[in-house]
Design a protein around this ligand. Structure first.
Ligand code: UT7
Length: 325
């Protein structure tokens, strides 16, 4: 009898462009009717990173992936699957994953594709990669979240433009004979697509519709807390585990109040949540792998820790991944 194949994160990496932009700097730069006090109190955000005009999602991903491969002790030619979660791709096509494959020098014709689940993108991407690994078709996957949300922000809309930042995070997911990923759960409900969207498209050489991010903040807030608590309980139940067995929750970093409310609903102490929203802002699909990498490199997260990754975002989409690091 052949033994089952499991998947395990063997390396993490991340990259943030340039220098941090404080709330005060952002307000001044865009003449916003806002204040550092309001932003910190309502969101927890103090700063974010913004990519220069000539830097795209694949450039940020390239740096994050190099660091993740280095941490895993892998060369680009050993990668046999690339999944890039992004809502701000370099182009309409080719995929950011294909561009990243070329930039990394992965010339072995293995599959590379983008995955679009907005802020839940990384949870979706790692869940999909895990299925490739467990099927036996992939031995070493690069799973990436990378975003340049600054490109789709309306700098006249103070209700959204102060919330987001740019960045990238990546993990190397390898086949092994011990878990690894313990349980995953993914969900979507398209009937909520209007509360968080970029309702535009490219047609006839023009941007048609509205090419900026639009959000009903309060509706998103309510949905997010409920969805994150429920999906956290779902992955724990699937793995026959309880919340007190979780060492760290790594939630999507949108708002400190959402993170604290979710922890409370799950019965998790707030100091067990990894927090980067104060320094990174909301980097959409990049926020979870960025937070994971930062916590690993700082020594907070150690081998053997049980981690609960949770995402929620446009679509609406939501999902969670429970794993042993
Ligand atoms: O990654 C995907 C998920 N995204 C999220 O999870 C975001 C979820 N939503 C939120 O985080 C919060 O709803 C926001 C941070 C977006 C807004 O916080 P809020 O406590 O829900 O504020 P609000 O929308 O109810 O607005 C309260 C007031 C309004 O003024 P009036 O109508 O009371 O006079 C807004 O116009 O705050 C005003 N406001 C601002 N004031 C200063 C909105 N944005 C700003 C701002 N600075 N940047």
């Amino acid at each position: 009898m052949t033994s089952p194949i499991y998947s395990r994160i063997t390396g993490t990496g991340s990259y943030l462009p340039g220098s941090p932009v404080s709330n005060a700097d952002l307000i001044k730069r865009h003449c916003l009717d806002s204040s550092d006090e309001w932003i910190v109190e309502r969101t927890g955000i103090r700063m974010r990173y913004l990519a220069p005009d000539n830097v795209g999602a694949s450039d940020l991903a390239l740096e994050a992936c190099r660091r993740a491969l280095d941490a895993a002790g892998k060369t680009p030619m050993e990668v046999d699957l690339i999944i890039v979660a992004t809502s701000t791709p370099d182009f309409v096509f080719p995929s950011t994953a294909a561009i990243l494959q070329r930039k990394l020098g992965v010339s072995n014709s293995s599959p590379a594709f983008d995955l679009q689940a907005v802020c839940t993108g990384f949870a979706y991407a790692i869940s999909v990669a895990e299925k490739f690994v467990r099927s036996g078709s992939t031995k070493c996957a690069l799973v990436v979240g990378t975003e340049v949300f600054s490109r789709i922000l309306d700098w006249k809309d103070r209700g959204t433009c102060v919330l987001f930042g740019d960045g990238s995070g990546a993990v190397v997911l390898e086949a092994g004979n011990a878990p690894g990923i313990l349980s995953t759960a993914l969900h979507a409900d398209g009937s909520y697509s209007d509360i968080l969207c970029v309702p535009g498209q490219v047609s006839g050489g023009l941007a048609i519709g509205d090419p900026f991010l639009r959000m009903d903040g309060q509706a998103v807030f309510k949905f997010a807390v409920k969805a994150l608590a429920e999906v956290g309980e779902e992955v724990l139940a699937n793995a026959s585990m309880t919340i007190d067995q979780v060492d760290w929750m790594i939630p999507h970093q949108a708002n400190i109040r959402i993170i604290n409310s979710t922890a409370k609903k799950l019965g998790l102490s707030p100091d067990k949540a990894i927090i980067t929203v104060d320094r990174h802002g909301n980097t959409s699909a990049a926020s979870i792998p960025l937070a994971l990498d930062e916590a690993v490199r700082s020594g907070k997260i150690r081998r053997g820790d049980k981690l609960l990754l949770e995402g929620v975002g446009g679509g609406f989409t939501w999902g969670a991944v429970l794993l042993e690091f």
